[in-house]
Every structure is written in structure tokens, then in C-alpha cells.
Design a protein around this ligand. Structure first.
Ligand code: OOG
Ligand code: NI
Length: 301
């Protein structure tokens, strides 16, 4: 298998698990089919996928990114989220058919001593960078790594303590490298659905709840990138000792990338990905992170 085939297989594995965990994915696909927006799921262009990581020396972005740079992804811009204490990068895919990747990392050393102690009690079980031990040319090995525990199952008490200080920290302690979201590209859909405002209306008409942080539409200052996201679905989590609690799982995002001003006159049938606004926007992302935060999930009736 060449690297693109391995990548496809790893991405398929991620999407399969994600669809099982996030019923909204199947629900949105079904609603799009019902209204004739797509014929089947393969008609959906995946704008990007996102992962969350713990910023400790043997893990975090610099460990995780090795998986996808091996398959031809290139590291692009850096983003900083001061209040959430996060760093992030995005990665450009090896071909136009593949999704971009957004990877964030919690600046663990910026948390309280108590939160750091809880986190390290888990992350210290990983004694060296686990990606270095992986055979990245073996898709099954990578798939199983992405869906296996990195550390022991957390206690409910630790989860709730972490959530008080960083909901992101709590999310990663439980959900680890599960796909955080995939993103439906809106701009290439048929008329009536290819702008974020009308797509949001379509979603709400079908009963999907949108993240309202900063408004339902997150718009970049250049006007080129418009995003919205569902509120994360709650999953019945099993904690140490058989304790259970509903916690945030993953969500779905929607992105409209406008044509760059310099290509405004290109005929529509010649517009490709490179003619549209690329990358991400820190202020949009800052609000999208909150799709898994209780301020948003609580509002989900
Ligand atoms: C990522 C939030 C940011 C985007 O497209 O800007 C994001 C996350 O929730 O982990 O997805
Ligand atoms: Ni995103």
C-alpha cells in the first residue's frame, strides 16, 4: 500500500468510529439526502477534521502530528487561545481530495498545580512518545492506536475536577484521540444550501442544535471563512469503579469558504479548492471549541 492508500484507510477508520459515536452525523446525512442535497455520504466534501491533545513532553502536537506528516500533510499556521490555554496548528493535505487537519494542544504547564497533578497521574503512564513506536505504514496498527486507551480510565472525581478548570482537559482525559469533529463543506452544495445562513436554517428545521457562542455564524474578519457547528452529543461515559455520567462527545462542523477576491472573475466550473479562502481563523476556532463546553451542551434542551 502506498502512503495515500494507508491514509485513506486510517481516515476511514476514524470516520467509522466517529459516526457510531455521533448520531447527528447520520442524522444530518439523512436530512441532506431527504432534501436532495446529496445522493449519498460520499458526495460530502470533508473540509477538515480535528483532534485534541495533552501538551506534555511525550505527547501533544509534536507527537501526534508525526502520524499525518508521514502521510504527506504539511504543517501550516499557528494559533493561540490565551483564555482556553491552547495552542493549535493546521495541516494542509497531500491532495485536494483529503481533508485539512486541525490539531490543538492544552498548555498543561499553565494550569493550576492541582490540575497538573491530576493530568500527569494519567499521562505519566505513557513513558515515551508512543508514535515513535508505531509502524506508520501499517494502517491497522495506526487505526488501533488512535482508538485505544493511552492511559487508565479516569475517575469521575478527576474528570469533574479537571472540568472545573479546563473543559478541554476533561474532554481529552476521557475522549483522547477520538475524532473531535468532521466538517461538511457548504460552498459546493446546490443552490439554497451553499451559504452558511441557509444551511443553518436547514439544520435547525431538522432539529439539530447549533453552537451559539459568539453567534451561530463564526465569520473571519476577511469575510472569507464562515463556520458553524452543532453542540456536542452527550455520551454515557463509564468511569473508574463503574461510575457513569453523561459527558460531551464529538460534534459536526460546517464551513463555507468564499472565493478569494483575485479569482472573483473565474467561471464557476473552474473554481477549485486553491481559489477559495484557506486555513482557519483563531477567533472562529475559539468559539467552535465551546461546542463541547457545558455552556453549550446545557443549552441543548
Ligand atoms: C477545534 C475547534 C476549532 C475550527 O475549525 O476552527 C475548529 C476543537 O473543538 O477541538 O475546529
Ligand atoms: Ni473545525
Amino acid at each position: 500500500m502506498n502512503r495515500i492508500d494507508i491514509l485513506d484507510s486510517v481516515l476511514n477508520g476514524l470516520m467509522t468510529r466517529y459516526k457510531e459515536r455521533v448520531p447527528d452525523v447520520g442524522g444530518i446525512i439523512a436530512a441532506m439526502q431527504q432534501e436532495g442535497v446529496i445522493r449519498d455520504a460520499d458526495d460530502i466534501e470533508n473540509d477538515h477534521i480535528a483532534f485534541r491533545t495533552m501538551g506534555v513532553p511525550q505527547l501533544g502536537i509534536k507527537s501526534f502530528e508525526k502520524i499525518f506528516t508521514h502521510y504527506g500533510y504539511t504543517k501550516r499556521d499557528y494559533y493561540n487561545f490565551p483564555t482556553k490555554k491552547l495552542d493549535a496548528y493546521w495541516y494542509a493535505p497531500p491532495t485536494e481530495k483529503h481533508p485539512r487537519i486541525f490539531v490543538s494542544e492544552l498548555r498543561v504547564q499553565d494550569l493550576s498545580h492541582e490540575a497538573q497533578k491530576i493530568i500527569s497521574s494519567y499521562t505519566n503512564e505513557v513513558t515515551s512518545d508512543p508514535v515513535d513506536k508505531l509502524n506508520l505504514n501499517n494502517a491497522e496498527e495506526v487505526d488501533s492506536f488512535l482508538h485505544s486507551p493511552l492511559w487508565r480510565i479516569s475517575s469521575l472525581e478527576d474528570y469533574n475536577k479537571l472540568a472545573e478548570e479546563s473543559e478541554y482537559a476533561a474532554w481529552v482525559i476521557y475522549n483522547r484521540y477520538y475524532l473531535n469533529h468532521f466538517t461538511i463543506s457548504i460552498h459546493n452544495l446546490k443552490q439554497g444550501y451553499n451559504h452558511i445562513e441557509e444551511f443553518n436554517e436547514f439544520l435547525e428545521k431538522h432539529g439539530f442544535k447549533l453552537n451559539t457562542s459568539g453567534g451561530k455564524i463564526k465569520k473571519s474578519p476577511d469575510g472569507g471563512l464562515l463556520q458553524s457547528a452543532t453542540v456536542a452529543e452527550m455520551i454515557a461515559a463509564n468511569f473508574e469503579g463503574g461510575e457513569r455520567q453523561l459527558i460531551s462527545g464529538s460534534y459536526v462542523e460546517f464551513a463555507e469558504r468564499r472565493i478569494l477576491p483575485e479569482y472573483a472573475d473565474l467561471p464557476p466550473n473552474q473554481i477549485r479548492r486553491q481559489h477559495r479562502r484557506d486555513g482557519f481563523e483563531a477567533n472562529n476556532a475559539d468559539k467552535i471549541f465551546e461546542s463541547t463546553y457545558s455552556s453549550q451542551t446545557r443549552a441543548k434542551d
